[in-house]
Design a protein around this ligand. Structure first.
Ligand code: 13P
Length: 339
C-alpha cells in the first residue's frame, strides 16, 4: 500500500529520535517572554531571535518547527527565507493556525474555546503555498471543582476535529493539541481521569469528521498533578505510568505520533519524563504503537532565550545550547537519555 504525501509528512515529523521545536509564540506571548528578559518586543527583535533558532544546526534531532504567521514570511538578515533555512536542513516548516483562546459562553469559570475556524481553509491553502507542511491548533481544558464541563470538552474536541479536517483538505498535516492546563490543585489521578475523557472525546470527534488518523499527530500534555497539588511530587516513573495508561486507553494505533508539549515543566523535567515514558513504553505490555516524542516550546527555549538576552554577541554559543537541548530530547524520545 503506498502512503499519501500527508502520511509521509506525519511519519517524518514523528520519526524515531526526532521531535518538533514549537517556536510559534504569538506576538503577545513572545513579547511577555522578551520583556521579562529586558528586551523590546518589536519586529526586528523577534526576527533576529528567531533567526538564531532557525539557523541552528538542529536537523539531527528536530524534524519540524512550528512558526507564527509573522515568522513564516520572514528572512535572515542576509535575505534567505526562514522556510528555506529549515528545508535546507531537512526540517519541515509548520504553522500555528489558531487565533487564540476566547471565554466559553455557558462554560465554567475560566473555560475557553479556540478562535480561528472562519477563513481557515483559505489561510491553510496560502500557508501551504509558502511552504508549510503541517499546522497546529491549541485548545485548553481547565480542571477545577465540578469541571471541566461537558460543554468545554465536547466543543473543543469538535473544533479540533473541524480544524484537522480543513488542514488535511489543504495539504497540511494537523497537529491536534488539547492541552489540559497544569493550573490547580488536582492530583495526578484526577489529571489522568480528565486526560482520558478529553482524549477519548477528541478521538471520537476526529472520527466523526472523517479525519485521516494516519496523517494526523496528537500534542497532549504529560499527565501531571496540578501545580498547586499538595501531594509529594511524583517520580518520572509515576508520570510515565499515568501518561501511558491514559494514552493506551484512548489513542488508536493508526495515529503515527504523540508529540508532548512541555508547559509547566523545567527543561530537565520534560526531558527526564519523556525518557521515562519511552523506557516504560518499551518494557511494559502491551507496548506502544505510536512514536512518543516532543513538540516543546518552553523546554527548548527557556534557557536559550535567557542566554541570548544576557549577551547577544554570543550567538554561536546560544545555538550550541539549543542544539544540545534538542539532542537530549531526541535521545529521550528513544528512551536513551542519560543526563
Ligand atoms: P510548551 O512546550 O511551551 O508547552 O508549548 C508548546 C506549544 O506549542 C503550546 O501550544
Amino acid at each position: 500500500m503506498s502512503l499519501s504525501n500527508l502520511e509521509i509528512v506525519a511519519r517524518y515529523l514523528a520519526a524515531p529520535g526526532k521531535g518538533i521545536l514549537a517556536a510559534d509564540e504569538s506576538t503577545g506571548t513572545i513579547g511577555k517572554r522578551l520583556e521579562k528578559m529586558g528586551l523590546k518586543n518589536d519586529e526586528e527583535t523577534r526576527r533576529s531571535y528567531r533567526e538564531l533558532l532557525l539557523t541552528s544546526a538542529i536537523g539531527g534531532s528536530i524534524s519540524g518547527v512550528i512558526l507564527f504567521k509573522e515568522t513564516l514570511y520572514q528572512s535572515t538578515e542576509s535575505g534567505k527565507t526562514f522556510v528555506k533555512c529549515l528545508v535546507d536542513q531537512g526540517v519541515y516548516p509548520g504553522i500555528k493556525v489558531d487565533e487564540g483562546l476566547q471565554p466559553l459562553e455557558g462554560g465554567l469559570e475560566g473555560e475557553t474555546w479556540t478562535k480561528g475556524l472562519e477563513n481557515l481553509a483559505a489561510m491553510c491553502a496560502e500557508y501551504a503555498k509558502v511552504g508549510a507542511k503541517f499546522a497546529k491548533w491549541r485548545a485548553t481544558i481547565k480542571i477545577q471543582p465540578g469541571g471541566p464541563s461537558e460543554k468545554a470538552i465536547l466543543q473543543n474536541a469538535d473544533e479540533l476535529a473541524q480544524y484537522a479536517k480543513i488542514c488535511q483538505g489543504a495539504g497540511l498535516v494537523p497537529i491536534v493539541e488539547p492541552e489540559i492546563l497544569i493550573d490547580g490543585d488536582h492530583t495526578i489521578g484526577r489529571s489522568q481521569e480528565v486526560t482520558e475523557k478529553v482524549l477519548a472525546a477528541t478521538m471520537a470527534a476526529l472520527w466523526r469528521h472523517g479525519v485521516q488518523l494516519e496523517a494526523c499527530l496528537l500534542k497532549p500534555q504529560m499527565v501531571l498533578p496540578g501545580a498547586e497539588c499538595s501531594d509529594p511530587k511524583p517520580s518520572a516513573e509515576d508520570i510515565a505510568k499515568h501518561t501511558l495508561t491514559a494514552l493506551r486507553r484512548t489513542i488508536p494505533p493508526a495515529l503515527p505520533g504523540v508529540m508532548f508539549l512541555s508547559g509547566g515543566q523545567t527543561e530537565e523535567e520534560a526531558t527526564v519524563n519523556l525518557d521515562a515514558i519511552n523506557r516504560m513504553a518499551r518494557t511494559t505490555e502491551p507496548g506502544c504503537p505510536w512514536s512518543l516524542s516532543f513538540s516543546f516550546g518552553r523546554a527548548l527555549q527557556h534557557s536559550v532565550l535567557k542566554f541570548w538576552s544576557s549577551d547577544q554577541s554570543k550567538g554561536l554559543d546560544v545555538q550550541q545550547l539549543l542544539m544540545s537541548l534538542a539532542r537530549a530530547n531526541g535521545l529521550a524520545s528513544r528512551g536513551q537519555y542519560t543526563g
